[in-house]
Write a protein that binds this ligand. Structure first.
Ligand SMILES: Cc1cc2nc3c(=O)[nH]c(=O)nc-3n(C[C@H](O)[C@H](O)[C@H](O)COP(=O)(O)OP(=O)(O)OC[C@H]3O[C@@H](n4cnc5c(N)ncnc54)[C@H](O)[C@@H]3O)c2cc1C
Length: 358
């Protein structure tokens, strides 16, 4: 692609924002398009934990997530850390510690930093507000982090300095010889050299507009924000039955796979379950107030892995679709922008290319 020709980035969540920001850095002209406002999709309803410790299912996927963690540190150097970046590590403990210790051991063999502590040590040195048994083993992952997704997206979109169309959905994408015409709900027609499908849970629909079948899973999650006089935890953590992280000075985010399994119940009841599980771990959360709850779809291709790169048999069509998109956004953004501008395909993405779905 010749760099001055525009690239329409469809979706300004974490993935689209990272692709667009990197395109601008490489001198390409990005145009962000979003049906809503930047960062207000799944990115705003994520647990937002930056990690590779939960990605041991396949070595190449683990390696991509480790690269994602490194890309965050580079991004924080490039744009400044501000209020979006929280590299405070991550804590995990479990009712049955055997699996936790086995995973910690595997990760240590893969040169991933993990420190084993006791509950008492964690309370003394890291999180005084936890009700955690003294002797329980806790894995502390010092290189992990959490990010404030919406704030990061807004920094990247502003930093890209690119044209944008927000509050307008893409209705059609038509090949027009040398490129694509992207039609929006207000009647605008954008002539572009390339399109990036970064539409999160709607990526399958966007792919369908060019007659591509991108099979995706249905795997909803429920996230609750509680407000409290001051956040009683300093970092993200997986306790038994609930995940907890700060979301600012007076707000905490709660999530649990066990509560996800109950989606279908009234969301207020789901939020109550999350709050109840959390106050058991952090008693101070007993004084919190449920502020917002949302059930959202995870953007997951059918085999559970990202779909990133040039689409098969549609020159100028690219995908950036992934679960773990918070962790992977900066590395996917860098690699995909480079592929769009130079045509070079990174080995890191070899197992995650769109052509596996034909
Ligand atoms: C409960 C839960 C917990 C999670 N926890 C983590 C975690 O701890 N760590 C981690 O790394 N990942 C986590 N994830 C996954 C991560 O949040 C997502 O992978 C990531 O936010 C996806 O970002 P995105 O940019 O692809 O999607 P989105 O943020 O949803 O952005 C897509 C954008 O596309 C726009 N759009 C859609 N259709 C159209 C259209 N037709 N026209 C124009 N625009 C359109 C939408 O408005 C939206 O803004 C979690 C997800 C969930 C649901």
């Amino acid at each position: 692609m010749k760099s001055p020709e525009p690239v329409a980035v469809i979706g300004a969540g974490i993935l689209g924002a990272c692709v667009g920001w990197n395109l601008s850095r490489l001198g390409a002209q990005a145009i962000f398009v979003d049906a809503g406002q930047p960062g207000e999709g799944v990115t705003n309803w994520s647990f937002s934990w930056v990690n590779a410790s939960n990605k041991t299912v396949r070595r190449s996927y683990f390696d991509l997530n480790v690269a994602g963690m490194a890309a965050y540190r580079e991004l924080a150097d490039a744009i400044g850390p501000g209020s979006w970046w929280h590299p405070s590590g991550h804590l995990r403990w479990a009712d049955d510690p055997a699996q936790l210790l086995e995973t910690a051991d595997l990760l240590a063999r893969w040169d991933y930093r993990v420190e084993l502590r006791t509950g008492a040590e964690v309370r003394r040195h890291l999180e005084p507000g936890l009700a955690i048994p003294d002797e329980v083993p806790v894995a502390f992952y010092p290189d992990e982090a959490w990010v404030h997704g919406r704030r990061l997206v807004s920094r990247l979109v502003r930093g890209a300095g690119a044209e944008h169309r927000f509050g307008m959905a893409v209705l059609g994408i038509d090949a027009d010889g040398s490129g694509w015409t992207v039609s929006l709900t207000d009647g605008t027609r954008l002539q572009v050299a390339a399109v990036v499908n970064a539409a999160g849970p709607s990526a399958s629909h966007i792919a369908g507009l060019i007659s591509r079948h991108l099979p995706m899973r249905r795997e909803p999650g429920v996230v609750t924000r509680v407000s409290c006089p001051r956040a009683p935890v300093q970092r993200a953590m997986h306790a038994p039955h609930v995940e907890i992280r700060p979301d600012g000075n007076d707000s905490v985010v709660l999530h649990s796979r066990e509560v996800d399994a109950l989606i279908g119940e009234d969301p207020a009841a789901l939020a109550g379950r999350l709050q109840e599980a959390a106050r058991y771990v952090v008693p101070e959360l007993g004084d919190s107030r449920i502020a917002q709850t949302r059930v959202v779809e995870r953007p997951i291709p059918i085999d559970g892995f990202p779909s990133v790169g040039a689409g098969p048999s549609a020159p100028g069509y690219y995908e950036a679709v992934s679960h773990s998109g918070i962790t992977l956004g900066p590395v996917i953004g860098r690699l995909l922008a480079s592929e769009i501008v130079t045509g070079e395909r990174s080995e890191l993405l070899a197992d995650f290319r769109p052509e596996r779905f034909l």
